[in-house]
Design a protein around this ligand. Structure first.
Ligand code: GRF
Length: 208
């Protein structure tokens, strides 16, 4: 049984999509071991509590990054987390944190990386005038929005869109993409060559 950890800071819709997939058996052989928010008032952590999940608030405000990261990693290890999913976690992880879970931290970003990393990616894409945007689930490495790509989904930008309608359609795809990516990683039927993740490899060539 895999133990998922979720880190969030806000709304929590990607967390809810993952939790629904776990409950419905779309992510087999997995449970959510802990949900952690760095913000006490994050709607996502309230939802985790309502669902009876192990929900922790570990405030980050006013704390040096290393100290906060140490507290979060301790809680994840205590709960035996073997795959960590960042779901709207508005903090950069320190290199030390990333090294605690090698190739076991995923993030979702609302653009087709490497386009539009950083904050407000949907607004950036809309303002740039791209005709196609989307979302990316990727491994977390020591650079922002940078690790090897696991799943991407494209979303056309319509002439009738504004940044809100575009963001809403991207979000629908995010919810599907995260479940797909978690399944790929937990099944382990992939290899990463350079930056390229390739699935359907034979067992002799599995892994990173
Ligand atoms: C999503 O757009 C995600 O791609 C980005 O932060 C947002 C989080 O939304 N990293 P939610 O909290 O999962 O609803």
């Amino acid at each position: 049984m895999h133990s998922l950890g979720i880190l969030l800071s806000g709304r929590g819709s990607n967390f809810v999509a993952i939790a629904d997939s776990v409950d419905a058996g779309r992510i087999p052989d997995a449970r959510i071991a802990v949900v952690i928010s760095n913000k006490a008032d994050a709607p996502g952590i309230a939802i985790a509590q309502e669902r009876g999940l192990n929900a922790l608030v570990i405030p980050s405000k006013g704390k040096p990054r290393e100290e906060h990261d140490r507290e979060v990693v301790a809680a994840l290890k205590q709960n035996k987390v073997d795959l960590l999913c960042l779901a709207g976690y508005m903090r950069l992880l320190s290199p030390w944190f990333v090294q605690q879970f090698p190739h076991r931290i995923l993030n979702i970003h609302p653009s087709l990386l490497p386009a539009f990393p950083g904050l407000e990616a949907q607004e950036q894409a809309f303002a740039y005038g791209v005709k196609v945007s989307g979302c990316t689930v990727h491994f977390v490495d020591e650079e922002l929005d940078h690790g090897a790509i696991i799943v991407q989904k494209a979303v056309p930008v319509l002439d009738t869109d504004d940044e809100h309608t575009l963001a809403a359609r991207i979000l629908e795809q995010e919810h599907l993409a995260y479940t797909e990516a978690i399944k790929i990683v937990l099944e382990g039927k992939f290899t990463v060559v350079g930056r390229r993740l390739v699935t359907n490899v034979t067992s002799a060539h599995r892994g990173i």
